[in-house]
Write a new protein. Structure first.
Length: 173
């Protein structure tokens, strides 16, 4: 339903004809993006457009347009404005739903797996994390180093290493 109604493939006579429709939709998106780049360029580039608040206004206008299309039903969103549940659950039923939680054994099993992973890779971890830190400190693209790190270090170890280099983000209130 989502592919048929939301993505517009049903508007094609034969959506199974191969790459044509996908290429056509891709070309339309590409053309729209290039037109937007031209509009930004006409305003003096990104900085010039920011000074006139072009991006902010464009985002607000597009957001309003999208919401209106959704509200009127011109833009079908499965489960939001089309194909709604004819018998929605009551608020009482929603509030009484049980939350799926991991059992103590599952949690302990995951911790055991993590410790085994860390033990298995402990001789490679420091070197990989050091390379990641150096890439981050030197302003390099850290993606390649991240890909190497995930083979030998846990998410917590990687996060800690990046916090050591760049600090932890704190939102202004």
């Amino acid at each position: 339903m989502i592919i048929t109604k939301e993505h517009g493939l049903s508007k094609n006579e034969n959506p199974m004809q191969g790459a044509f429709i996908v290429e056509e939709l891709t070309d339309l998106v590409e053309e729209a993006v290039l037109q937007e780049f031209d509009r930004i360029n006409d305003r003096g580039g990104v900085l010039g457009a920011m000074e006139t608040q072009y991006q902010r206004g464009k985002i607000q206008d597009e957001s309003m347009h999208y919401e209106m299309l959704k509200h009127t039903g011109e833009l079908p969103i499965i489960g939001v404005n089309t194909y709604l549940n004819p018998n929605p659950p009551s608020e009482e039923a929603v509030n009484s739903m049980e939350i799926a939680r991991a059992t103590k054994e599952e949690k302990e099993g995951q911790i055991k797996n993590l410790r085994a992973f860390q033990e298995r890779n402990k001789e490679f971890t420091d070197e990989a994390l050091t390379k990641l830190k150096l890439a981050a400190m030197n302003g390099e693209n850290i993606f390649a180093e991240l890909m190497n790190c995930v083979r030998v270090a846990s998410l917590g170890q990687i996060t800690r290493a990046l916090y050591d280099v760049g600090g932890q983000y704190r939102r202004n209130m």
